[in-house]
Design a protein around this ligand. Structure first.
Ligand code: VGL
Ligand code: ZN
Length: 222
């Protein structure tokens, strides 16, 4: 279906938010932590965003000393898993360093009406795949409060990567009491050792809806 189909849609109501996760250069082909085909979703996300009056973006936003970077752990390589005080942590190539070109949003993103940008992973000692709660599972980013205070009831998640930041964000949104859907064709995965299948299992078990962008062209939410 051509993305243009979405452009003419009515804006969804004030209870809906589109959460666009980590559409940043380092996650695009050629980037430091490239997600296969990550750039392919940009036009679709733009089209979806035109159907929402409320859009929130996220940015992975790490200090150079970040605990998730393999380069900060002598003897470890990217994609090793290390046990940290808050649990197992995949070690990543250095990516999305604050205020670098790799951390910038993809230049093809056209969402001028986005209301907020949540930056996450800024604490040196804690990662945060989720846009809601950091990897220590207790430190909030503030997004739950922001969405509640602005009257949001339903969170539509898309972006990168399906099996990490999108899945963790969707699970936390659901746990916080929102109705949640992941828009599968507007997301792409890293898929490390079965991580994508595992993510969909957890999302389904939690009651998160798995939809395609076509679902947004109907009048019924979820
Ligand atoms: C992500 C790994 C490390 C993501 C962020 O956006 O899914 N994945 N940092
Ligand atoms: Zn990261």
């Amino acid at each position: 279906m051509p993305p243009a189909r979405h452009a003419a849609r009515n804006l969804r109501d004030a209870r809906d938010v589109l959460l666009v996760i980590d559409l940043q250069n380092d996650f695009m082909p050629g980037g430091a932590l490239a997600v296969p085909d990550g750039d392919a979703i940009v036009p679709l996300v733009n089209a979806l965003a035109r159907g929402f009056s409320h859009v929130v973006l996220t940015q992975d936003w790490h200090p150079p000393s970040h605990v998730s970077f393999a380069a900060n752990h002598a003897g470890h390589a990217p994609f090793d898993t290390l046990m940290l005080p808050y649990g197992p942590q995949v070690l990543w190539p250095t990516h999305c360093v604050q205020d670098t070109p790799g951390a910038a949003l993809h230049r093809g993103l056209e969402i001028a009406h986005a209301r907020a940008v949540i930056r996450k992973g800024h604490h040196p000692e804690v990662d945060s795949y989720s846009a809601f709660v950091e990897a220590d599972r207790v430190t909030p980013t503030g997004l739950t409060g922001y969405l509640r205070e602005t009257g949001v009831r339903r969170v539509w998640c898309c972006g990168l990567a399906t099996d990490y930041c999108v899945a963790w964000s969707a699970l936390d949104a659901q746990a916080a009491g929102f109705e949640v859907a992941v828009i599968e064709d507007a997301s792409r995965a890293i898929d490390l050792e079965g991580s994508l299948a595992g993510a969909w299992r957890r999302l389904q078990a939690a009651g998160v809806a798995r939809v395609n962008s076509a679902a947004l062209s109907g009048t019924e939410a979820l």
